[in-house]
Design a protein around this ligand. Structure first.
Ligand code: SF4
Length: 486
């Protein structure tokens, strides 16, 4: 018997997928890459609710899966970031729906539900083309009561922090089935207390809960002992790591110092990343710790979202541009080789042309190495969804194209300045271009390299020979060691 899972969205979902794999493998299923394989008995989606496009992809997938189920029995489930507004619709399309922190109950749910037969399928599931009005509980073949779906706005059914802690700590105890020996995601936190008005995460993942540091450090130690070269610490708001435990846990800078010490004690070469920090909470002592340990990578993902104070206020980001600028100045002072990535939203509700211009001007000022730019779309349940989505679609597209072009204009000279240097690169995979490998620098600049003299899964000194707008090209450096450059 086989299973197939599809994680949509962010790295946290990909990390969650690694634990789902472990649970399903523990039941005797084997993973199958081909969702159409006739032996696939369980199919699962890990949903992302950040943008409507991601939700549309869920509908597209389950429509196909349910059509296939007419001919071949199969159990489907959905978990991850699911908004209350989507939950009822998904309940009618999937066999199981559960919050990720109840993953350890999945074997019981599957056993009790069983794999539906084609006959039962036609009774109680929408194919996804049309959502039936009646709820599944009225159906003849309704699922048993084991489906414990509990997401919702905090005031209407989200578990409190302590309940959330108990559940997510059970989840974290599941040993992940890592997707790669070379690169690993390590969750350090779940949920978010920030309530940015455009964001649904606090409503889908609940209150901030920090994973015990001893478990995080032991997982990292094992990964490094196993030859892992790149570790990414994951959380919705990593800088507030530990704050939910009232002094009973390390702070984020202290946690990073301990990771740095693993590097010092083992002498291993690896890069440690974290995502995402919040500009409000990032501290100078974190940057000082990062400057002390070579295994703490020279890379910061610092979400800007908007370059205008009034928009930041309406986004409930709780910091000003002056604060953001001070953080960037600190990064440039303490980590002069660090690359800075960011996230930007264009067309947020009420964003004027001048406010958009302020964002463009912030991009020019901070000279990001990479910006992930998104067009605003209201998320049902998030606060901004109650406000007019009043920037026309065409205008959002124009602003998106403008910033995308600006990003290329900023990164092209940065990448050109890398040509002729020898840089340390982690070689991660085969490139689409035959005879080439892909990888990235410590600052996460994508590199395409002639494969000769290089090995996937290893660090290499690479001479940069060409620059493209958002990446660079190189070849193995013969007898030259990488300099201290990003
Ligand atoms: S910090 Fe804001 S954008 Fe990030 S997860 Fe929390 S609410 Fe969402």
């Amino acid at each position: 018997m086989k299973f197939h899972i599809v994680p949509f969205g962010c790295q946290m979902n990909r990390s969650d997928a690694e634990r789902i794999r472990t649970v399903l493998s523990g039941m005797g299923y084997t993973e199958c890459e081909d969702e159409n394989d006739p032996d696939v008995a369980v199919k699962g989606l890990i949903a992302c609710s950040v943008r409507q496009k991601a939700i549309d992809r869920v509908y597209g997938r389950i429509r196909n899966w349910n059509q296939a189920k007419i001919h071949k029995p199969c159990l489907t489930f959905i978990t991850g970031c699911v908004l209350p507004a989507d939950r009822d619709k998904f309940l009618k399309m999937f066999d199981l729906i559960f919050p990720i922190d109840q993953l350890t109950d999945l074997p019981d749910m599957i056993r009790q539900y069983g794999v539906p037969t084609p006959g039962s399928m036609s009774h109680n599931h929408s194919l996804g083309d049309e959502i039936p009005d009646e709820g599944r509980e009225d159906s003849e073949t309704a699922a048993p009561e084991v489906i414990p779906f509990t997401i919702g706005a905090p005031e209407v059914g989200m578990p409190g922090r302590e309940e959330a802690r108990e559940r997510i700590e059970e989840f974290w105890k599941v040993r992940p089935s890592y997707g790669s020996v070379t690169e690993a995601f390590v969750p350090i936190q779940n949920g978010c207390d920030k309530f940015c008005t455009f964001c649904a995460v606090p409503y889908t993942r609940g209150r901030e809960v920090s994973r015990p540091s001893k478990d995080i450090l032991s997982e990292i130690r094992n990964l490094i002992d196993g030859g892992c070269k790149s570790v990414t610490l994951l959380g919705q708001n990593v800088n507030s790591y530990g704050l939910d435990k009232d002094g009973g846990e390390l702070s984020f800078p202290q946690l990073m110092r301990e990771v740095g010490e693993i590097g010092r004690q083992t002498g291993a070469e690896f890069w440690t990343y974290f995502t995402s920090p919040h500009p409000r909470d990032i501290t100078t002592d974190l940057l000082e710790v990062m400057s002390e340990y070579p295994v703490l990578a020279n890379w910061i993902h610092l979400p800007l979202q908007s370059g205008d104070d009034k928009v930041l206020l309406r986004m409930n980001r709780n910091h000003s541009m002056a604060r953001y600028r001070a953080v960037v100045n600190d990064i440039r002072r303490l980590l002069p080789d660090a690359s800075i990535f960011t996230d930007i939203i264009v067309g947020f509700t009420g964003e004027t042309e001048d406010q958009f211009e302020a964002t463009a001007s912030a991009m020019r000022e901070f000279r990001y190495d990479m910006a992930y730019i998104a067009q605003y779309s209201p998320r049902p349940g998030a606060r901004s969804a109650r406000w007019d989505d009043d920037v026309p679609k065409e205008e959002k597209e124009r602003r998106f194209r403008y910033l995308s072009q600006l990003m290329q204009e900023i990164s092209t000279p940065l990448n050109s300045a890398r040509v002729g240097r020898v840089m340390r690169v982690l070689v991660t995979s085969e490139d689409r271009k035959s005879g080439y490998y892909s990888g990235y620098t410590e600052g996460r600049i994508p590199v395409r390299m002639a494969a000769e003299g290089l090995r996937i899964g290893e660090f290499a000194d690479v001479e940069i020979v060409a620059a493209r707008p958002l990446s660079i090209e190189g070849r193995a450096a013969a007898g030259i060691t990488a300099g201290d450059v990003r």
